[in-house]
Design a protein around this ligand. Structure first.
Ligand SMILES: [Zn+2]
Ligand SMILES: [Zn+2]
Length: 250
């Protein structure tokens, strides 16, 4: 909760509610940052104008009772505007100033730069990762797998996967943590028992979905082994090859 406050992306209660509305009514007028309204709107414009009435009326149909029952979420919601300035701006400005004699002006400037950079990186998930990239799991929806945005958001732009399987805590089909430090962070807390009931999709479900609705990029990626499938390679030859640790095949 404290880390989330440092990000100043509004409190957990508002963030989670907006996010659920985005998933449920994606790319309609009820989506708070609908990508159908263009890059600028889905990036930052949605925060500069009044919400479309549909966001409010349809948003009311969502169940957010779990958030309301969470004491920590509601505490942050209540005191957000009192604790956020300290965690986002005042403490980060004072640390370099007091600890290694940075000037107050430079410390504050860096704090503001950090904030502008971090929110813009996150907004790219709503804008760029709803426009550019492959759609290996579902080509009928706007979200994409966007590598540059994934890098700057520590793993939050495997976005086609995330919209196809929104209940998967990893928000990605992963082999390792290299591009997804967010998952490593949750797993760390799972080890000490603070994160639990984590759900993740099996290879079988993912493959089924990718075959049924994907744009084919998932198949191309994993089957690309140079020399395999050459014309001169007969089926008989292939049958003599031992494949170890075989992955799914399209
Ligand atoms: Zn989401
Ligand atoms: Zn999205």
């Amino acid at each position: 909760m404290l880390f989330q406050t440092t990000a100043f992306q509004n409190d957990i209660y508002d963030w989670a509610r907006n996010h659920r509305v985005h998933h449920k009514f994606m790319d309609t007028n009820a989506d708070p940052h609908s990508s159908k309204r263009g890059f600028f709107f889905s990036h930052i414009g949605w925060l500069l104008v009044r919400k479309h009435p549909d966001v409010k009326t349809k948003g009311k149909t969502l169940d957010i009772s779990d958030l309301e029952q969470d004491a920590i979420v509601m505490w942050q919601h209540k005191y957000y505007w009192r604790i956020m300035p300290f965690l986002t701006f005042i403490i980060p400005t004072l640390i370099p100033y007091l600890c290694w004699n940075e000037s107050l002006r430079t410390s504050f400037f860096l704090t503001v730069v950090r904030y502008i950079a971090s929110v813009n990186f996150m907004w790219l998930v709503n804008s760029a990762a709803h426009i550019w990239g492959m759609r290996p799991y579902d080509k009928t929806i706007s979200p994409t797998e966007n590598l540059p945005v994934t890098i700057v958001t520590l793993g939050e732009a495997f976005h086609n996967y995330h919209h196809a399987f929104p209940w998967d805590y990893k928000a990605a089909e992963l082999g390792d943590y290299v591009l997804n430090l967010s998952t490593a962070f949750i797993d760390m807390f799972a080890k000490i028992g603070w994160a639990y009931d984590l759900k993740t999709a099996t290879k079988e479900i993912i493959t089924k979905r990718a075959r049924r609705l994907g744009d084919g990029s998932r198949c191309a990626r994993d089957d690309e082994v140079w020399g395999w499938d050459d014309e001169e390679m007969s089926t008989e030859d292939k049958s003599l090859v031992k494949i170890i640790n075989r992955k799914w095949k399209c």
